[in-house]
Design a protein around this ligand. Structure first.
Ligand SMILES: Nc1ncnc2c1ncn2[C@@H]1O[C@H](COP(=O)(O)OP(=O)(O)OP(=O)(O)O)[C@@H](O)[C@H]1O
Length: 368
């Protein structure tokens, strides 16, 4: 039986940086309103306080120290990685370490070259310009940025048509910190103009425990080691999610107990919020359960799977699947979606005999 109603659909382009459909989920990595309000208080202020990402920290520390010793402005820095891993935080740390002010804007906010010219021309010497979602800037603005980054100069075009003239405008030296969830989407001329590029990885559970202990201290929440461990394991490698789960578990501990977060309290609280021990929520589990119970582990086409779950195709593809793929629970193949042996184990289900025989789904992809 061929369940694949969509033809080859392994061309999924979803990434954690896709549409903000995950914003309202407890385990979504995009910031929601409450996150924005609380995050400012929880941001580490210098590299020493910044948890994890040891390579990025070490390299950035060298770049910044060297610039300070030379009395120069730091090179432009490109930070790539999924939402919530600390790109904004690092940009603020760069400014703080350089003793410089910071200006924050984003690619979508700069639709015209004139918008960028206005920002650039008002920068002070040494200032850090943080450009979030730099891959979403308009083309003309991007081209203006090339020259600004390289020569600290922009050409402001005055007038239109044949009478238009370019007036050169000198800029003070500044440090551009660009952030992107999709480094691959940046045109090479832009990528090449960054002196230092750092890729932010998802965090280890032990690192998230440290983030949680720090946040608990700042929020005046008491949590024991096992409580923090329980939350860290469900935080999908992302400090933003860890901090959000911490706040929900704190609520539960306060209402149902004495306010102290223990592993038992964390387990009970996150059961209420339907976040399981691996960080999967209701939607993730619905996708896996359909794949396993209705389609014997696949392969099944994305559209069929989405109908079975009762969600839009895009929601399944862009909100649930990236994490399931990252966790090795689901694979996107040319014939459709396939569950891995780990998916059967996670939901405590037994794979059908045919797939057990070759240790795989029906495609023989996962021989054991
Ligand atoms: N290494 C870290 N140590 C401690 N806390 C961190 C770390 N990284 C991120 N955080 C916390 O996670 C929250 C989200 O971080 P931040 O806003 O910097 O992420 P981001 O990568 O810029 O996200 P986005 O791409 O959505 O803008 C912040 O409140 C910050 O306190």
């Amino acid at each position: 039986m061929n369940w694949d109603d969509t033809g080859p659909d392994d061309s999924a382009t979803a990434t954690p940086g896709g549409p903000d459909a995950s914003a309202e989920r407890l385990v979504g990595s995009v910031a929601d309103g409450e996150d924005t309000a609380v995050e400012a208080a929880l941001r580490p202020k210098d590299l020493g306080e910044f948890v994890g990402q040891p390579k990025v920290r070490e390299q950035l520390d060298l770049v910044l120290r060297a610039a300070r010793q030379r009395g120069a402005t730091a090179d432009h820095v490109l930070l790539s990685g999924a939402p919530g891993l600390g790109k904004t935080t690092l940009s603020m740390i760069i400014a703080a370490e350089m003793g410089a002010p910071i200006r924050i804007t984003s690619g979508p906010a700069i639709q015209h070259a004139g918008d960028l010219a206005a920002i650039l021309s008002s920068l002070q010497e040494g200032e850090v310009l943080f450009l979030d979602e730099i891959h979403r800037m308009s083309r003309p603005a991007e081209e203006m940025l090339y020259m600004a980054m390289e020569d600290f100069r922009v050409d402001v075009i005055v007038g239109k048509g044949p009478g238009a003239t370019a007036i050169p405008l000198e800029l003070p030296p500044f440090t551009l910190v660009g952030a992107t969830t999709r480094a691959g989407l940046l045109p090479p001329p832009l990528r090449d103009r960054f002196g230092f590029t750092a890729h932010m990885e998802f965090y280890e559970a032990e690192e998230l425990e440290r983030v949680l202990h720090r946040s608990a201290r700042l929020l005046d929440v008491s949590t024991d080691e096992a409580g923090a461990r329980e939350i860290a394991g469900r935080s999908r490698g992302t400090p933003r999610i860890a901090n959000r789960l911490l706040r929900r578990v704190r609520d539960y501990a306060q209402v149902k107990s004495d306010g102290v977060i223990t592993s038992e309290i964390a387990r009970q609280a996150l059961a209420v919020y339907e976040v399981d021990e691996r960080g999967l929520d209701r939607l993730d589990r619905a996708v896996l359960e359909s794949l396993l119970k209705l389609f014997n582990g696949g392969p099944v086409g994305l559209s069929t799977l989405a109908v079975a779950v009762g969600e839009e195709r895009e929601t399944v593809e862009e909100v649930a699947e990236p994490f399931l793929v990252r966790e090795g629970l689901l694979a996107r193949t040319p014939r459709g979606r396939v569950a891995t042996p780990a998916a059967w184990a996670h939901l405590n289900l037994t794979p059908p005999a045919s797939s057990r025989a070759n240790g795989s789904g029906q495609t023989g992809l996962f021989g054991m």
